[in-house]
Design a protein around this ligand. Structure first.
Ligand code: ADP
Length: 474
C-alpha cells in the first residue's frame, strides 16, 4: 500500500522520500508513506484555516450527516481497515476489528452530541443588561497520535473536533500511518469539503514544530509519551496553544481479599494483556491482599500461560508481536531487572526476536517490590508483576505513589471498601471490578503527569469549543 498525504482535498506524495512501514510480526514491508515536513504541514494548516469560516458556519445537523456517512463506511470496511492495522501494528485481528468499532462509536456519538452545544443566559446585576454565554469552535485543530491505537486515537479527536465545527490536520505515528490513510480515504468518500480534514505523514519533529508555531493553529491535541507531551507543551507556549494532552500512565490494579477471584483474574487479563500490554491504561502493577496472593497468582499464571502468541492475522492469536526492537528490549530489561531484584517468574519471562520481529511471552512475576523498574515505568509489554499488601490504606498509598495518574483498577465486592478506594485514588479513570473502562461517552484522561484534558463524553467536545460571553446593554 502506498499511502499519501491528504491536503486541501488532494492526495500528494510530497516530501523527502518515503518512510517504509514494516510488519512487526514478519519483518516484511507493508507499504510506504511520504516523508513530509514543514512545507506539507504548513500547506495542510493553511488549507484547514481557509476551510474553517465556511465549515464552522454549517449546522451541527449537516456535520452530523457527514460524520454518520463516514461512520457507516468505516463499519462497512472494518475488516479491510483492521487488516491494514494488524499488518502495520501487530495487534490480533479481532482486537483491530474491535478498535475500528470503537472508533466508529466515537464518530456516531459526537455526530449526535454536536447537536447539543448549548450556551446559557445569566441574570445580570443591573437593569437593562443581558448576559449570554455562547460556545464556538476553537478553530484549526492539529492532532498527533501514537501507534498503539492507530484508528481510535485519531477518531476520538477528529470526531468531536469536526462535530464542534473545527477543521482538522492529523499527523499519525510513523510506525502506523497506513490505517490513518485508509480512514481518510473513507472520510473523503463520505464527502467532507476540501480543507476540512487534512493528513500529513512524515517527520514528527518538523511537523510538530509547524503545529506549535503556526498562528492559524488554535488547538493541539496529542496522545503519546509524557516526555514528548512536555516538549510540545514548551513549544506551545509561543502561540499560547490550547492543549489537550493524553500522556503516559502506570496503572495499579488492587485486588482486595473479598474480591471474586475468578472475576478479578478476568479483569486483570483484559486490562493487562490487551494489545500485548501496549496501552497507556494497561495494568502495570498488581497489588494483591496478602491472604489471597497465592490463589490469585496461580489462576493468573494459568490464564496468562494459556494465551496464544503469534502473528495477529492467524486464527486464535491473542498476543501479537511487540511493535519494534526498542519496545522488546524495554520489556526484556524490565523483566531482568525484576528478577535481579528478587521477583519469581511464574510463567513466561522470555521472548523470541528474529527477522525484525519481536514476540514476548505473557509473563507473570511474583514477589515484586517498589524498587523494580516494572513497578515504576511503563513496561508496554505483556508483563504482570504481583506485589502483596496488608491494609486498604497501604494499597491506596502504593497505588498513588507515582507521577502518573491515568487509569487505576480495583476489585472488591464491598461497597464501603470500594468507595474508600475509588475516592482516594488520584487517577482520571477508575475501573471498579472492570478491566475495560473505556467508552466513547465517558471522559478519558489523566491527572498529574498523565496529561491535561479529557477525550470522550461531553468533556471531549468541550475541548474543541471556546466560551464567549456577550454583555448586552439594552
Ligand atoms: P509512543 O511511544 O506512543 O510512540 P511518542 O510520544 O514517542 O509515544 O510518540 C507519539 C506521537 O508523537 C507519534 O506520532 C510521534 O511521531 C510523535 N512525536 C514524537 N516526537 C515528537 C516531537 N518532537 N514533536 C511532535 N511530535 C512528536
Amino acid at each position: 500500500m502506498q499511502g499519501k498525504h491528504y491536503i486541501n482535498g488532494e492526495w500528494s506524495t510530497a516530501g523527502e522520500g518515503v518512510i517504509d512501514v514494516m510488519n512487526p510480526a514478519t519483518g516484511e514491508k507493508v507499504g510506504t508513506v511520504p516523508n513530509g515536513g514543514e512545507d506539507e504541514a504548513t500547506k495542510a494548516v493553511e488549507a484547514a484555516a481557509a476551510a474553517f469560516p465556511e465549515w464552522s458556519k454549517t449546522t451541527a445537523y449537516h456535520r452530523a450527516g457527514l460524520l454518520m456517512k463516514w461512520h457507516d463506511l468505516l463499519l462497512e470496511n472494518k475488516q479491510e481497515v483492521a487488516e491494514i492495522m494488524t499488518r502495520e501494528m501487530g495487534k490480533p485481528l479481532a482486537e483491530a476489528i474491535g478498535e475500528i468499532e470503537y472508533s466508529a462509536a466515537f464518530i456516531s456519538w459526537y455526530a449526535e452530541e454536536g447537536k447539543r452545544v448549548y450556551g446559557r443566559t445569566v441574570p445580570a446585576s443591573k437593569d437593562g443588561k443581558r448576559i449570554q454565554v455562547i460556545k464556538q469552535p476553537v478553530g484549526v485543530v492539529a492532532s498527533i497520535t501514537p501507534w498503539n491505537f492507530p484508528a481510535a486515537m485519531m477518531a476520538r479527536k477528529m470526531a468531536p473536533a469536526l462535530a464542534a465545527g473545527c477543521t482538522f490536520v492529523a499527523k499519525p505515528a510513523k510506525l502506523t500511518p497506513l490505517t490513518a490513510v485508509r480512514i481518510y480515504e473513507l472520510a473523503e468518500e463520505a464527502g467532507f469539503p476540501k480543507g476540512v480534514i487534512n493528513l500529513v505523514t512524515g517527520s514528527a519533529g518538523k511537523i510538530g514544530k509547524v503545529f506549535t508555531s503556526h498562528p492559524s493553529v488554535r488547538k493541539l491535541t496529542f496522545t503519546g509519551s509524557t516526555e514528548i507531551g512536555k516538549e510540545l507543551m514548551k513549544q506551545s507556549s509561543e502561540t499560547m496553544l490550547n492543549l489537550s494532552l493524553e500522556l503516559g500512565g502506570h496503572a495499579p490494579i488492587i485486588v482486595l481479599d473479598d474480591a471474586n477471584i475468578e472475576e478479578a483474574v478476568k479483569g486483570v487479563m483484559a486490562s493487562k494483556f490487551r494489545n500485548a500490554g501496549q496501552t497507556c491504561v494497561c495494568g502495570n502493577r498488581i497489588y494483591v491482599q496478602e491472604s489471597i496472593v497465592e490463589k490469585f497468582s496461580q489462576k493468573l499464571q494459568q490464564a496468562a500461560g494459556a494465551l496464544k502468541v503469534g502473528n495477529g492475522l492467524d486464527e486464535g492469536v491473542e498476543i501479537g508481536p511487540l511493535v519494534d526492537k526498542d519496545g522488546y528490549e524495554k520489556v526484556v530489561n524490565h523483566v531482568k531487572d525484576a528478577v535481579d531484584k528478587g521477583a519469581k517468574v511464574l510463567v513466561g519471562g522470555n521472548g523470541r526476536a528474529e527477522n525484525d520481529s519481536y514476540f514476548y511471552n505473557p509473563t507473570v512475576l511474583l514477589n515484586a517490590n517498589s524498587d523494580m523498574l516494572v513497578m515504576n515505568e511503563e513496561t508496554f509489554g505483556p508483563v504482570a508483576p504481583i506485589m502483596s499488601f496488608k491494609t486498604d490504606e497501604e494499597a491506596v498509598h502504593l497505588a498513588n505513589d507515582t507521577r502518573f495518574g491515568l487509569a487505576a483498577y480495583f476489585f472488591t465486592d464491598s461497597m464501603t471498601r470500594g468507595t474508600y478506594i475509588a475516592e482516594n485514588l488520584d487517577y482520571g479513570i477508575v475501573g471498579w471490578n472492570d478491566g475495560l473502562p473505556s467508552a466513547a461517552q465517558a471522559p478519558f484522561g489523566g491527572m498529574k503527569e498523565s496529561g491535561i484534558g479529557r477525550e470522550g463524553g461531553m468533556e471531549g467536545l468541550e475541548a474543541f469549543l471556546e466560551t464567549k460571553y456577550l454583555s448586552i446593554q439594552l
